[in-house]
Design a protein around this ligand. Structure first.
Ligand SMILES: Cc1ncc(COP(=O)(O)O)c(C=O)c1O
Length: 284
């Protein structure tokens, strides 16, 4: 054999971002391997706890709206989306959370899926030259939180769900010397996979910490419209408003994927701190 394969291997290694080696396979991949030699009991119906894909058909009026607008495929969409879309999002936020109408020009951005937006926000917020930066993630967690932290050059710091708090993460367990290193904190409420919803008191404490240490709160609310109680779950913007606070260092993420059974449409939005959203527009 010539030296050619070695050279090729070296070249290939040098074009791959070494941070990718830190990424974990999706837990469902691991689970599939663990189940590889298990034969399921045929007496039971299979319930997949894998990818969180809605199991209902997309409502007909959404399908029709897509069909009616197929001519739009011929143009690139603006990153900002249309004024009409941002206006509709502002109206929904105002009605859903009983908050003053967010400014559609500065406080709202449509995104191509909240997963991609969660990734981009981490790249927007973390300074890769800061070697000890931390990104707080609930545990268990939606995998993009961890992956986006690693690829930004930060380390994830996991806060475990607490059975005594209906499986909400217990942030009071975070040691004092950790907080100054935190650049971003992911919340998921209602939580995946626990369903835990943060209380106004939880939000109050987190806002106080964010104000003291300057980290950004990314509030993943893609399950905000899927709940079992009469009362709709509290959202991050709503909590900020109730506590008489603006949206400084707060970005809420919403998605049509689960609530409207359209994961294939990759449609969601982010809302909150206008200064961060301005920078977010530049992120990959
Ligand atoms: C907690 C959580 N956040 C975000 C997403 C991403 O949803 P989408 O990218 O479809 O908006 C998912 C999808 O499974 C999720 O479970």
């Amino acid at each position: 054999m010539s030296a050619y394969p070695t050279l090729a291997t070296r070249r290939r290694e040098s074009i791959v971002n070494p941070l990718l080696d830190k990424l974990q396979p999706y837990p469902f991949e691991k689970l599939k391997n663990l189940f590889s030699d298990v034969t399921p009991n045929p007496d039971y119906r299979h319930i997949s706890l894998g990818i969180g894909e809605p199991k209902h058909p997309t409502p007909a009026f959404i399908q029709q709206a897509l069909i009616d607008n197929l001519a739009g495929l011929a143009s690139y969409p603006a990153t900002l989306g249309s004024d009409a879309l941002r206006g509709a999002i502002a109206d929904w936020l105002q009605k859903r959370y009983d908050i003053p109408r967010p400014d559609p020009a500065t406080e709202i951005l449509p995104v191509n899926g909240s997963r991609e937006a969660l990734f981009s926000l981490t790249q927007t917020v973390v300074d890769p030259s800061q070697k000890d930066a931390l990104v707080i993630c609930p545990n268990p967690f939606y995998q993009i939180y961890e992956g986006s932290a690693y690829l930004s050059g930060a380390q994830p710091y996991f806060v475990n769900s607490d059975p005594a708090r209906n499986f909400a993460p217990d942030f009071s367990q975070v040691p004092d010397d950790i907080w100054p290193r935190v650049k971003l904190l992911f919340l998921c409420s209602p939580g995946n996979p626990t369903g835990a919803v943060l209380s106004l008191d939880d939000w109050k404490k987190l806002f106080e910490l964010s104000d003291r240490y300057g980290f950004v709160i990314a509030s993943d609310e893609c399950y905000s419209e899927i709940y079992f109680k009469e009362e709709a779950p509290l959202g991050g913007l709503e909590a900020a408003h109730k506590l008489g606070r603006g949206y400084d260092r707060l970005i809420a993420f919403s998605s049509l994927s689960k609530r409207s059974n359209v994961p294939g449409m990759r449609s969601g939005f982010v809302a909150g701190d206008a200064a961060i959203l301005k920078k977010f527009l530049l992120a990959p």
